[in-house]
Write a protein that binds this ligand. Sequence first.
Ligand code: FDA
Length: 452
Amino acid sequence: MSAIERDVVIIGAGASGLTAATKLRAAGLSVAVLEARDRVGGRLWTNHIDGAMLELGGQWVSPDQTALLATLEELGLDTYSRYREGDSVYVDAEGVRTRFTGDIFPVAESTAAEMERLITLLDELVEQVGVTEPWAHARAKEYDRISWSAWLAEQTDDVEARDNIALFIAAAMLTKPSHSFSLLQALLMAASAGSFTHLVEADFILDKRVVGGLQQVPIKLAEALGEDVHLSNPVRRLEWSEDGVSAEADNVTVNARYAIVAVPPNLYSRIDFQPPLPRLSHQMHQHMSLGLVIKVHAVYETPFWREDGLSATAFSPYELVHEAYDNTNHEDPRGTLVGFVSDERADEVFKLSAEERRERILTSLSHYYGEQALSPVVYYESDWGSEEWTRGAYAASFDLGGLSRYGAMQSTPVGPIYWSTSDLAAEGYQHVDGAIRKGADTAEAIIARHQA
Ligand code: FDA
């Protein structure tokens, strides 16, 4: 086992850790990045499966994600728009499929009016609570005590309106059941994207993709860092004192002045901190957990839905696949659909055999696009819950009451140890943009302390 000396050791070569390492090095500090996997990128993973290029993790870029957009520009990466010509599809509680345009689902007029009223109300609450310190709002505790589903039930008796509004945060973002997190947590999720309206606008939130895949961001950052990125080196133990740290990975030990733990919070306890972290950290970390979603990829010889005038954008709070889109790669003659199965529905289908699960999922896709959806040439399920170094998707959120209780402390360094990941971000929370912002902010804080 070799031992090396650096100013900063970064644990985790995801977008956040690699951004921090890049900024620190640019400021003249020496770094070493220790990564558990045999690849960089963490929750960004562009892979080839049965001859199809698939984005197994994060992929979309929206116009508000200015930190990510700036990084793409710096790295010389091109983007292209998600295909969105034609009608979207909605399936109601009775299984009736309706085509529509715009953002409001084709529901009864009274339900549509309720949805619009709730969206306006949520936009106002998001504005009041803000993104940087939702826990500091005068009504934070009150908003953190009530679940997202219970709050919606208080607002309207229109079940379809609240099922649809619930979907935008629960199944589609936090990937947890709507009874398991608070209104405050839901408001933070919307605030991190600029407004609740932005979450409803698929053309905004799922605007662009990167030619060749979003994993190129971490790959290019890591290339520039060269030999300072050590793959297949999970950090098992982190000794620390006010004077510095010693990070022990499988093949290398890094002695440094500071550490950045750039892994999702559910994995903090995989590291043996010596001495142990303070009581507050131990408690706080147990209230942050990842959601669960299966990202389904189905590739067809052609994007057949386009001939039928469909954009492939599809939603239903009543379908196994609650949302789906055209995910055809740039200049690819084949057509790709991507769909998502979240939280308790994912639990349910994971109990089935792989064949039965595939059949259930493709049947759900056929409710949106017709029988042709049943026969893809390539089919794949991204299963991040089984990934040892992630254990869920998309990202972490607090349980009921956790955000107001612990949020203010979630990024506070412990001695020389800093925390950086999209799961702790304000703007871009849970997204690559947030990972980059958090990495840059953490680097800045260390640089300032180092120079003081
Ligand atoms: P990330 O988890 O990427 O990196 C942490 C790294 O630490 C990993 O490489 C891990 O292996 C490593 N690690 C863990 N423990 C370790 C240890 N003990 N020692 C050493 N290394 C260790 N975002 C978006 O903007 N647009 C999108 O469309 C989507 N869609 C999406 C789909 C799916 C299926 C997923 C899973 C995620 C998304 N996201 C997304 C979210 C986005 O991918 C995510 O927020 C960021 O990539 C997180 O980057 P971080 O660097 O914070 O963590």
